[in-house]
Design a protein around this ligand. Sequence first.
Ligand SMILES: Cc1cc2nc3c(=O)[nH]c(=O)nc-3n(C[C@H](O)[C@H](O)[C@H](O)COP(=O)(O)OP(=O)(O)OC[C@H]3O[C@@H](n4cnc5c(N)ncnc54)[C@H](O)[C@@H]3O)c2cc1C
Length: 523
Amino acid sequence: MEKSRSEMIKQMSDPDTVWDLIVIGGGATGLGTAVDAASRRFNTLLLEQSDFAKGTSSRSTKLVHGGVRYLAQGNIGLVIEALRERGILLNNAPHLVRNESFIIPNYSWWSGIFYSIGLSVYDLLAGKRSFGRSRLISRKELIRRIPNIEQKGLKSGVLYHDGQFDDARLAVSLALTALEQGATLLNYFRVCGLTKEGNKINGVLAEDQETGARYTLKAKTVINATGVFVDEVLIMDQPESRPMVQPSQGIHLVFDKSFLGPHDALMIPKTKDGRVLFAIPWHDRMLVGTTDTPMNAHQLEPRALEEEIRFVLEAASHYLTRIPTRKDILSVYAGLRPLAAPQDDKQKTKEISRSHKLIVSDSGLITITGGKWTTYRRMAEDTVNQAVKVGNLPFRITVTKTLSLHGFKESMEWTDPFFVYGSDALAVKALAREKAEWKERLDPRLPYIGAEVVWATRHEMARTIEDTLARRTRALFLDARAAMDMAPEVARLMAIELQKDAHWEKEQVVSFMAVAKNYLVDG
Ligand SMILES: Cc1cc2nc3c(=O)[nH]c(=O)nc-3n(C[C@H](O)[C@H](O)[C@H](O)COP(=O)(O)OP(=O)(O)OC[C@H]3O[C@@H](n4cnc5c(N)ncnc54)[C@H](O)[C@@H]3O)c2cc1C
């Protein structure tokens, strides 16, 4: 039986409770840590200031990958670790991770040889967790698979396999797994201070963002898993802390899938200015990205810069015959990479390490940052091992290598619009049969129906219409205009479930529109 938000708050605020771990941040890193800790039977609380995956974890390129680029940089250790994690994740969440074929187009014979060799090494490094052998394909086969590819000067292609996923849905699955393992998780709960006994941290101050109520919570260990926000928590501990993170922004443009073929993704290892560009089929659309723009500030809702939009459009125009234009953009989204801050100010973000950093402050605060979605499980395992030492907790070995995540279901039918729910899909479909209006599509441009709104509110902790439109369904990312048109009906359905009034509905629509307009590009 699922616990309600109010039950969880009641349980959390019991003054006698001392948590083994309080995890601050509900992105990939924090959620993974909560799953690892709870499944090792530690008493675990996770607090997220906004919604789960509201930060970087819903804004990725959607790849579960070793990183072909890191291979080119010679970072073999990172690639091996990520390829191992890719295999583990496919085993544990086969309903959310799929094997995708990627094609690198070669416009010179030399690059055909170079990438064939490189990707054979990539296959070898994956060992028994390989997703399939890479191979050189002819120009003719490439054109058959991606008819819109730029054919001028095209010599051949290299086809390889990697993983593809739905990031925010994996976050939801991790949150539900953590709950099932006994953790307490609350979204819209911001940690606004740390409490100490002497100079050692012994808990946090947290504020319910819905009611403004404040709580003092006790813990043996506190984990700072706040992504690009880690420095804010480090400052709560030590006001003079040096910045650990330098945000780097990456954007994606979303187009109709007809610009690509139905199956294969396109990978450009080196654009004119030396960046990697992906064009990926995702939920019946094509995602194109990304950029790598150093930023001085961080925010929860970062906005794509005009020059980034122009860069992605321009880069894509070199590789596609029917060129996507501004008018074709269905949605644009931006995310911030929590890269380790450079020691030398002149260092560019591309060269800053992407492997994760785990540090323990003198106060006992454990901070985990960097890494990538693909390696979240390993990062979580390292973090909980560290918490065991810091908090003198009994050592128990991690079980997450083989822990099936919520919704686990093999042999998914990827054309089923409910596939992201995995084993819950049947229940969502059954819900749709309960009321005629729940069976209806919310907008003809997207497959989502009313029952999914009800499901997200009842079973997936959605609290706002943005939670439902951006991260339970992916409407905002797939077609921002359609999402805006769906907003009033989503507000109405959620208001019934959450017993909210007309004023709430109105406010929800207004605040959603303010966020959603950042996902639109003027024609
Ligand atoms: C453009 C881009 C593309 C990427 N593509 C890929 C990819 O294809 N594959 C891959 O493996 N990785 C990819 N990554 C990397 C991956 O997305 C990140 O490494 C990962 O999402 C980081 O997760 P996180 O939990 O550390 O941070 P976040 O997801 O940002 O989570 C941190 C959370 O902490 C919360 N928080 C902050 N302060 C507080 C507070 N005081 N109290 C409570 N909560 C707080 C925030 O609200 C936020 O939700 C990409 C990253 C970017 C930017």
